[in-house]
Design a protein around this ligand. Structure first.
Ligand code: PMP
Ligand code: GLU
Length: 394
């Protein structure tokens, strides 16, 4: 459309949301579709968090604009959480609460990038990173990890990708879409490279922090010398099953938090007041409900891995966190008009009535993403249908 800006015409649609919409459309037409495309907990927000929001409405004190960067008591609770759980020392004024971690990321790129500035993105990556970098007129440089290395790019690749235009580095750990987790050793190797480039900002997306099956979550910002140059991104969507509430946040160097605050003040004014009260409840009460969800994801991971592993031609690794499998399906390319992962996803939706997301949007076109944030029963049916549909291609 020629009336639209180049910015929007150049932008790709979110492939996760697009595939979820396609599955919803087919369901509405009466097809029995199992949607494993959206990265969204299938659990309801825990009751006590819902109660926190109801209480805030009944109090009648939270109907006005909230402060742009979030209520002070919420930012204090986040600051304490950073200290307690991540060994990070962001003060409340270094915390900005936003409309989901997605807006936190958008704020950051808009605050940091001038046209032509480069951002190194660990691939496979979450779909929105490149789109948001490009929206801010930055350039993406990708460093890609192989399935044999748990999809983790190494320090030598990072070193090679750095130029004098590199402004920032971004990754998620636990990773969407691979479920991989950077260990302390991985981070130490990364930090060794970065120590020669003190001006490069590290953006650590830790939104899947709570969904971790290997135990110790490490924040790169807690390594010596790193906090001053690290933005830690987190949110309530995944660990607390609060996707629709839209609450994300950052801990950042003060100058960058101030800039994110400035942008937010012009774009959204602040995050929804009641959602912030729900988030405050989530952070200041027991995490038993989150632990129960993680146990369920763990159980499902075991079941789905066992089933995927048995499908001929599908190469799968064991994810360490988040709730995704990211199997390599390239053995099926070249069969019956299927040329790539996108074709295969369309085929599986039509033939098996299961929706997955093509790896193309995540920077790995040989893979597809399967979200196992679904009931064990549906997961078993879905993987069985996938296996049957793939068999027809051989
Ligand atoms: N980062 C990653 C890695 C994600 O998967 C998502 C999707 N939820 C986000 C950020 C954005 O989260 P939110 O829903 O809080 O905007
Ligand atoms: N982050 C989730 C996913 O990857 C939700 C959808 C989105 O925000 O893109 O599926």
């Amino acid at each position: 459309m020629d009336l639209l800006s180049k910015r929007i015409n150049d932008m790709v649609e979110s492939s996760t949301l697009a595939m979820a919409a396609k599955a919803r459309e087919m369901k509405q037409k009466g097809f029995d579709v199992i949607s494993l495309s959206l990265g969204e907990p299938d659990f309801s927000t825990p009751k006590h968090i819902q109660e926190g929001a109801k209480q805030a409405i009944d109090d009648g004190k939270y109907f006005s604009y909230a402060p742009v960067n979030g209520y002070l008591d919420l930012r204090k609770a986040i600051s304490e959480k950073f200290k307690r759980e991540n060994n990070l020392n962001y003060k409340p004024e270094q915390v900005v609460v936003s409309n989901g971690a997605k807006q936190s990321l958008a704020n950051l790129f808009l605050a940091l990038l001038n046209p032509g500035d480069e951002v190194i993105i660990y691939a496979p990556y979450w779909v929105s990173y490149p789109a948001l970098v490009e929206l801010a007129e930055g350039e993406c440089t990708f460093i890609k990890g192989d399935i044999k290395d748990d999809f983790k790019a190494n320090a030598a690749q990072l070193q090679e990708a750095i130029t004098n235009k590199t402004k920032a580095v971004i990754f998620s750990s636990p990773c969407n879409p691979t479920g991989s987790i950077f260990s302390k050793d991985d981070f130490e190797a990364m930090v060794k490279v970065l120590s020669d480039y003190p001006k490069i900002i590290v953006i650590a997306d830790e939104i899947y922090e709570l969904i971790n099956f290997v135990g110790a979550h490490v924040s790169i910002g807690s390594l010596p010398g790193m906090q001053e140059r690290t933005v830690t991104v987190n949110g309530f969507a995944k660990g607390f099953a609060m996707t629709g509430w839209r609450v994300g946040y950052i801990g950042a160097p003060l100058w960058l938090a101030t800039a994110a605050n400035k942008i937010q003040g012009q774009i959204t004014s602040a995050n929804c007041s009641i959602a912030q009260r729900a988030a405050f409840t989530a952070l200041t009460s027991t995490k038993e409900a989150s632990k129960a969800m993680v146990n369920a994801y763990y159980q499902r991971r075991q079941v789905v891995y066992g089933l995927l592993e048995k499908i001929p031609g599908v190469e799968v690794n064991m994810p360490q966190g988040a709730f995704y499998f990211f199997p390599n399906v390239s053995n099926y390319f070249g069969k019956q008009g299927i040329h790539n992962a996108t074709d295969l996803c369309v085929y599986l939706l039509d033939e098996a009535h299961v929706s997955l997301v093509s790896g193309e949007g995540f920077g790995e076109p040989d893979c597809v993403r399967l979200s196992y944030a679904a009931s064990e029963k549906n997961l078993k049916i879905a993987v069985d249908r996938i296996a049957r549909a793939l068999k027809k291609l051989i």
